[in-house]
Design a protein around this ligand. Structure first.
Ligand code: ATP
Length: 284
């Protein structure tokens, strides 16, 4: 038996634009995505000699074949055409769920990367991303990591210059937004503000943190404008000196970019109240 360990890093969306609705009912997205240091820990025992097993320290996450990490292992072994003599996946969760931080996708991507290492890197990164797309639309980005432009449903990736090290505070309020409902809402409201993706690319190229912070924009915020939680967290982050703040993905987590790790740390502590989960993180 062999044990593999892999970090499963969350993502944030520096920009998120929803373009047209497609004939198949999905929407085309355009988003600058960024890996951050907030992570789950994934361990995999391969060849346990026992039936497949998954454990997770968060009670709300399914610990069976519904788990995205389990699905990722399944598609990986199907693809390479050989199965192990049993595996056990252990997940230590830190990434909050229903946050827009791609927690489940990060775990799935960590499983794909770890198993590919175990299999002697038999699949290219591109092939691994294609496999990831079978598990979920954020999985390919989580496989690739770093800074990238995601298009289509999120599976069409273009590598961008790595963001400079950004000091972040991530806040998750005790609310969850159903993603399909947000898309529906966007279809019925006029989108007033859209991200300037090209300017964001340029700011990344220049390594300009202040500019990056000023260009944060997520159109989904306009679909939750009737919810006070998001605006309240953004306002609090800005009051504590954030250079910019935005919701990530379809929420409900919000992040702010700070000038220094000290500023991020003190803000994180100040905003930690009953029900509001707060984390410091940086871009990786
Ligand atoms: P996204 O940013 O992709 O919208 P999310 O923030 O909504 O993701 P996830 O942590 O990915 O949240 O969880 C979404 C749902 O996926 C959960 O309700 C959970 O039941 C299910 N799920 C399946 N596998 C996992 C996993 N390994 N970790 C977390 N959730 C998982």
């Amino acid at each position: 038996m062999i044990t593999l360990s892999e970090r499963a890093c969350a993502k944030i969306n520096l920009t998120l634009d929803v373009l047209s609705k497609r004939d198949d009912g999905y929407h085309d997205l355009r988003s600058v995505m960024q890996t951050v240091s907030l992570c789950d820990d994934v361990e995999i025992d391969v060849d346990t000699g026992r039936p497949w097993k998954l454990t997770c320290d968060a009670a709300s996450i399914p610990a069976d074949e519904r788990n995205l990490a389990w699905k990722a292992a399944r598609v990986f072994f199907d693809r390479i055409g050989r199965g192990p003599d049993g595996i056990e996946i252990r997940i230590r969760k830190r990434i909050p769920s229903e946050a827009g931080l791609a927690g489940g996708s990060a775990d799935a991507a960590a499983v794909l990367r770890a198993l590919n290492r175990w299999a002697g890197a038999s699949l290219s990164t591109e092939a691994l991303c294609d496999l990831g797309a079978l598990v979920g639309s954020d999985v390919p980005f989580c496989v690739l990591g770093g800074t990238a432009l995601a298009e289509g449903r999120g599976e069409r990736l273009t590598k961008l210059p790595d963001a400079p090290e950004l000091q972040l505070v991530i806040c998750k309020p005790p609310v969850a937004f159903a993603t399909p409902a947000l898309f529906k809402r966007l279809d019925s409201v006029e989108i007033r503000e859209q991200p300037d993706t090209d300017a964001m690319r340029q700011a990344l190229q220049d390594g300009d943190s202040v500019k990056i912070a000023s260009l944060l924009c997520n159109v989904f915020e306009q679909a939750v404008s009737d919810r006070p939680e998001i605006e309240a967290i953004k306002a609090a982050l800005l009051r504590h000196g954030a250079l910019g703040a935005s919701m990530t993905g379809s929420g409900s987590a919000v992040f702010g970019i700070f000038r220094s790790p000290e500023d991020a740390k003190s803000t994180c502590k100040a905003l930690r109240t009953n029900g509001l989960q707060t984390f410091t993180a940086k871009t990786v």
